[in-house]
Design a binder for this molecule. Structure first.
Ligand code: GLV
Ligand code: MN
Length: 219
C-alpha cells in the first residue's frame, strides 16, 4: 500500500514538473540525425536523417556567421540565421544560432519566434533589447559587450543600436527552427494583404494611414 502511494506521488511530481517546464524541440533518439536535404518536398516533423555512413565532420560545422552582415537597408540591420535549413547538423538537436549586426540607430524590428525562447549575447557595441509580455508589460535593458538578456518564447521583441558604432549580437534558440513572425511585415507587407477594414478597425485609424504603412513594406 505504502509502495503504491509512493509511486502515485512520484507520478504526480513527474507530471507537474513536465507541465511547468518550458519544453524545447523533442529529444533526439540517437547521437545525431544530420538533415538529409532539408529542402526536399517530403517532410516529417523535422527532417529525415542522412545515412550515418555518409555523415562527415563538415555536417557539424557552420561558417555562416563569420562575416559582418550588410546593414544597408531600411532597418539598418542584418540577420544571418544558423538553423536546420542552413546548418543541417542541427536536425533534432533543439538548437539554433543567429548573428545580428545593427548599424548605429538601426533596429532588428519587432518580431516573435513561435517555437523558441531566445538568448541575446552582445559581442560588440550597445543594444537596447526589449520584449512585451502577455500582460502588456515592457521589459528592456541596454546591454554592453559580453552581456546577455533572455526573451521568453513567443513574445514580441527587438534590438535597437543605441551606440554610435555598429553592434553585433549572437542569439541562441532552443529550437532547430524557431520561426519568425515579423510585426511590420506580418501586418503591412503580407501577401495577400489583410483586408483594409480589419487594419483600420484594429488600429483605429483611417485607410490613408494604413496605406502609408503598407507602402513602406511592399516587396
Ligand atoms: C534576434 O532577435 C534574432 O531573432 O536573431
Ligand atoms: Mn528574435
Amino acid at each position: 500500500m505504502e509502495h503504491k502511494l509512493a509511486s502515485l506521488l512520484l507520478c504526480c511530481l513527474i507530471t507537474i514538473s513536465h507541465l511547468s517546464t518550458c519544453q524545447a524541440d523533442p529529444e533526439q533518439l540517437q547521437d545525431f540525425c544530420v538533415a538529409n536535404n532539408p529542402t526536399t518536398d517530403t517532410t516529417i516533423n523535422g527532417f529525415f536523417c542522412k545515412p550515418a555512413s555518409s555523415v562527415i565532420s563538415d555536417d557539424f560545422f557552420f561558417a555562416g556567421l563569420a562575416k559582418e552582415g550588410n546593414t544597408d537597408n531600411i532597418f539598418g540591420s542584418s540577420i544571418a540565421a544558423g538553423n536546420v535549413l542552413s546548418f543541417p547538423g542541427l536536425n533534432t538537436l533543439g538548437l539554433a544560432i543567429n548573428r545580428v549586426d545593427i548599424a548605429p540607430g538601426g533596429v532588428n524590428p519587432l518580431h516573435s519566434h513561435p517555437r523558441s525562447s531566445e538568448l541575446v549575447f552582445v559581442l560588440k557595441g550597445n543594444l537596447l533589447v526589449g520584449f512585451i509580455s502577455t500582460a502588456n508589460k515592457f521589459y528592456s535593458k541596454v546591454l554592453g559587450t559580453g552581456e546577455t538578456f533572455v526573451i521568453p518564447k513567443g513574445l514580441l521583441h527587438f534590438q535597437y543600436n543605441v551606440g554610435n558604432v555598429s553592434a553585433t549580437a549572437i542569439t541562441l534558440f532552443n529550437s532547430q527552427l524557431p520561426g519568425v513572425v515579423s510585426a511590420p511585415l506580418g501586418l503591412f507587407g503580407v501577401e495577400p494583404a489583410i483586408p483594409m477594414e480589419v487594419l483600420t478597425k484594429t488600429f483605429q485609424v483611417n485607410s490613408s494611414i494604413i496605406s502609408v504603412l503598407e507602402s513602406n513594406f511592399v516587396n
